[in-house]
Design a binder for this molecule. Structure first.
Ligand code: ZN
Length: 112
């Protein structure tokens, strides 16, 4: 055994973290299983099962056109979240295009 004994808990923690990336997060039970998405093709706001892969599948059409919704309280409108690479390039990608205010993931859910 070449690994020092004190390293073993660290290795186990690292393995657990790596496994956690692939399976559903442990917090799944406390967070809603459904998220708000905006269809980038139609602008329709829908609730769909939380998806790790984006764009997510629109349950109405079966097409991968859904991006996570970001809400502007002033517009009272959901905007589709920009893709990760756009967010990394564009500092204000998470802001309302009209108000310049920060968009949030919280807002009134459609159909409720
Ligand atoms: Zn706005």
């Amino acid at each position: 055994m070449s690994i020092p004994r004190r390293m073993i808990p660290l290795l186990l923690a690292a393995a657990g973290a790596a496994a956690g990336c692939q399976s559903k997060p442990a917090a799944e039970t406390t967070s809603p299983a459904h998220s708000v998405y905006v269809d980038t093709r139609t602008g329709q706001v829908v609730r769909a099962e939380h998806s790790v892969t984006l764009p997510a599948v629109n349950p109405g059409t079966g097409q991968r056109t859904l991006m996570p919704g970001l809400y502007c309280a002033e517009c009272r409108k959901w905007y589709p979240a920009p893709p990760l690479e756009v967010r990394q390039r564009t500092p204000n990608a998470g802001q309302c295009p009209r108000h310049g205010t920060a968009l949030t993931a919280d807002g009134p859910l459609p159909g409720e």
